[in-house]
Write a protein that binds this ligand. Structure first.
Ligand SMILES: [Fe+2]
Length: 228
């Protein structure tokens, strides 16, 4: 366990976060209670806004991997990319998830293992909001084009669903994705999401499992100009 003390420039308060470093079975960092109550309120405003008919997109509609998942998502960068990214501030999520790139948090992750050390050179990232409701899952896969992954999890309490764990079949390892926790790991780690099971719940009542997936790393200048 390591305490991370830092000044949150968005909410303008000093915060202490408790990070847990793991090197086994692969390097990763977990921070519970990741966002404070003010940040959470803003994130839920946006998650609620997206949880309406016609907004969450299937994999075939946004260019995701059709055979791997039946869950829906919204690629936020595309949505707010106009005017060279000047519209990004309209998204609470894209604004608040800059927290990952504060030196205190990125350095803590970089220290977990040498293979994480270049995370501090990050100059590129990409964010998706993903929602899993009854019967939805993600097959094990490797995000091979993504140097690092950061998944933060959200669900309404009391929790109504079962399943939804992130699992790592190669390592016989899985994690229950606690509400308001984040896991940061290298992109070469194979991972999947177990099927979410939820009874007596309408898709749009928002009682499923939300994940804000953040892919990040460093890219060359020419790569930065290419679309994803
Ligand atoms: Fe993935």
């Amino acid at each position: 366990m390591q305490n991370i003390l830092y000044y949150n420039t968005i909410t303008e308060i000093m915060e202490t976060l408790e990070a847990i470093k793991f090197t086994d079975p692969f390097p990763h960092l977990i921070i519970k209670n990741y966002y404070n109550s003010k940040e959470l309120e803003l994130i839920w405003e946006e998650l609620n806004f997206y949880t309406k008919p016609g907004k969450l997109l299937s994999a075939e509609d946004f260019g995701g991997v059709v055979d791997a998942t039946n869950s829906n998502a919204i690629p936020l960068d595309e949505l707010y990319s106009a005017k060279d990214g000047k519209f990004r501030n309209i998204s609470n999520i894209l604004t608040l998830n800059r927290k990952l790139f504060t030196p205190e948090i990125l350095n803590t992750f970089a220290e977990v293992h040498d293979c994480c050390s270049i995370a501090t050179r990050c100059n590129w990232d990409y964010t998706k909001v993903r929602y899993y409701h009854n019967g939805e899952s993600y097959e094990p896969h490797i995000d091979s084009a993504m140097p690092f992954l950061a998944f933060s999890y959200f669900y309404r309490e009391p929790k109504k669903f079962e399943g939804g764990e992130i699992y790592f079949p190669k390592y016989d390892y899985e994690l229950t994705c606690e509400n308001n926790s984040i896991i940061i790991l290298p992109g070469w780690v194979e991972h999947g999401v177990r099927e979410v099971k939820i009874q007596n719940s309408d898709y749009y009542d928002g009682y499923g499992r939300y994940c804000i997936s953040n892919f990040f790393g460093s890219r060359s200048r020419s790569q930065l100009k290419e679309p994803i």
